[in-house]
Design a protein around this ligand. Structure first.
Ligand code: ASP
Length: 590
């Protein structure tokens, strides 16, 4: 149907006849001459129709935006003064001889020829139109380039691409499962995989040695910002390796992709223990583009009368910490109020602050509503500890450690963004030495990663002191985003049983849910480990998109629905009957 893509027609084709197909991007009538910009995935080309070619002229005159056309014409250089250096095809135009309308188009729901700020709901409802826009085309092409590079890298390093089931049993990764009722097994359900975790481990037991898969995962999570119920992981597992091998291999992959696709050198990835990340940055995925650190100041505040500080300062589960923001003394009352509201999201009950105007004047050079509660002496000691300079503001958090870390950690990132305090464009690192377990608010224990992660200690030590135990897990973090994470796994049955036991999973439940894994560990499971990268997040970071929805062809909304297909949808009674399902209340038909 065509000899060239629109976007590939250039000055090397001058005087040649070409045929191309595409969508009418723009139509202009210039005093008896019709100009069409025709678009395909490679770009735009300008076509001119003279009135002497009567039939073609009349057809060109009748087309409208987004009509699908096939055009034959002769390539010629653009007249002096009409050359467009910003356009791939800007040196030439095509003198149209023939035009064939392949399909008509209704008026588009939003204009595609000029950028317009269309609401996301409309974009998602007409996603196929939205994706005609050059920005979306660009992002998805980029995604394809990256997945190709990943496949090549994996292949070169001996990893086999093996698929794992979508209809399966629950694979716990800390979210709710999506369930699929079985028609053939009344009352039973499949779960969609939260990750291929157990299957990839079983592939190691089978001896495949190195596995990868670009895999869909499904997690029915609460509606946190920028999560998708189905998302894509670069899932990796290898046998007979240690942390250094797998971290090195995957770090080289990510570095290679940044170098090749963006010309960015990510440098060496430092390793930071989890405890340090939490204490200095209030987060297990610290954004290291930001130099600010959170500093403990409880030592100065334990003995004061002011309970808001003294309470958490004395509480072993509490924390009192300061965050110094260079240049922050300029913040207005209103801005500080906004930050106070912001930390409230993370449970902080307030946001105390001290502005540093003239530190050489001592206490007189400071400005704050709280100095009278802290005392002059303590205040000056704190200023010294945080190394306060003129023009700074020092924020305080005092609460349970978890609240302080989350609140000051988030504030650190927010203020850095608002005041542009970044000192580099990219900052990658590994966070290591994670705790094996965390304590929930109700006192129960859950796995910080997943229960198949190997602890760094013996089963006896683990049982004796579960909350002290560290794991052999590692997370790759880039610009404050957790890009990937994984661990060396448990390959020993007794250790796996101990972890289940600590998690309060009874022997019966262990057999019921994970019997196949425990059995497999009996038959010579090799030492193994791996990790998974979030592909959507990786592409988001690399393209500078502000949401993963921008780099997924057909994403769900934040309320986990597809506005285009109207999924999830109501099903017929007959279908429900086949699945042995009776709804408690009949939903009203839409
Ligand atoms: N299965 C883990 C996850 O989805 C990754 C891994 O441990 O390899 O987060």
């Amino acid at each position: 149907m065509r000899t060239h893509y629109c976007g590939d027609i250039n000055e090397t084709l001058i005087d040649q006849t070409v045929t191309f197909c595409g969508w009418v991007h723009r139509r202009r009538d210039h005093g008896g001459v019709i100009f069409l910009d025709v678009r395909d995935r490679e770009g735009l080309v300008q076509v001119v129709f003279d009135p002497d070619t009567v039939e073609a002229f009349n057809t060109a005159d009748s087309v409208r935006s987004e009509f699908v056309v096939q055009i034959t014409g002769r390539v010629r250089g653009r007249p002096e003064g009409t050359i467009n250096d910003n356009m791939k095809t800007g040196q030439i135009e095509v003198l149209g001889k023939d035009i064939n309308i392949l399909n008509k188009a209704a008026t588009p729901p939003f204009p595609l020829d000029d950028y317009s700020d269309v609401g996301e709901d409309v974009r998602l409802k007409f996603r196929y139109m939205d994706m005609r826009r050059p920005e979306m085309q660009e992002k998805l092409r980029f995604r394809s380039k990256v997945t190709t590079a990943i496949r090549n890298y994996m292949d070169e390093n001996g990893f086999l691409d093996i698929e794992t089931p979508i209809l399966t049993r629950a694979t716990p990764e800390g979210a709710r499962d999506y369930l699929v009722p079985s028609r053939t097994h009344e009352g039973s359900f499949f779960a969609l995989p939260q990750s291929p975790q157990l299957f990839k481990q079983l592939l190691m037991v089978s001896g495949f040695d190195r596995y990868y898969q670009i895999a869909k995962c499904f997690r029915d999570e609460d509606l946190r910002a920028d999560r998708q119920p189905e998302f894509t992981q670069i899932d990796i597992e290898a046998s007979f390796i240690d942390e250094d091998t797998i971290m090195g291999l995957t770090q080289d992959m990510i570095k290679g992709i940044f170098q090749k696709e963006l010309g960015v050198d990510l440098g060496d990835f430092p390793q930071m223990p989890y405890a340090e990340a939490m204490s200095k940055y209030g987060s297990d995925k610290p954004d290291m583009r930001i130099p600010m650190e959170i500093v403990d100041v409880a030592e100065f505040l334990q003995d004061i009368e002011f309970k808001v500080f003294a309470g958490p300062a004395k509480d072993p589960k509490g924390r009192v910490a300061a965050l110094k923001v260079p240049g922050g003394a300029e913040l207005s009352r209103k801005q500080i109020d906004e930050y106070t509201k912001y930390v409230g999201i993370y449970g902080a009950k307030g946001l105390a602050w001290i502005k540093v105007n003239e530190i050489e004047k001592g206490i007189e050079g400071l400005q704050s509503p709280i100095i009278k509660f802290i005392g002059d002496d303590n205040t000056m000691k704190i200023m010294e500890k945080v190394d306060a300079k003129n023009g700074d503001i020092v924020f305080f958090g005092a609460d349970k450690t978890k609240v302080v870390n989350e609140a000051l950690g988030a504030l650190r990132c927010k203020v850095a963004e608002d005041m542009n305090l970044y000192t580099s464009e990219w900052a990658a690192l590994w966070v290591v030495d994670f705790p094996m377990f965390e304590e929930n608010d109700d006192g129960s224990i859950s796995a910080l990663h997943h229960p198949f992660t190997a602890p760094s200690c013996s089963p006896e030590e683990l049982k004796a002191n579960p909350l002290e135990a560290l794991s052999r897990a590692y997370d790759m973090v880039l610009n404050g985003v957790e890009l990937g994470g994984g661990s060396i796994r448990i390959h020993d049955e007794a250790m796996q049983e101990t972890v289940f036991e600590v998690l309060g999973i009874s022997e019966e439940e262990q057999r019921e849910k994970f019997g196949f894994l425990l059995d497999a560990l009996k038959f010579g499971a090799p030492p193994h480990g791996g990790l998974a990268f979030g592909l959507d997040r990786l592409i988001m970071l690399m393209t500078g998109a502000n949401s993963i929805r921008e780099v997924i062809a057909f994403p769900k909304t934040q309320s986990a629905a597809c506005v285009m297909t109207q999924a999830p949808g109501i099903v017929s009674n007959a279908q429900l009957r086949d699945l042995h399902i009776k709804l408690r209340e009949k939903p009203k038909a839409e």
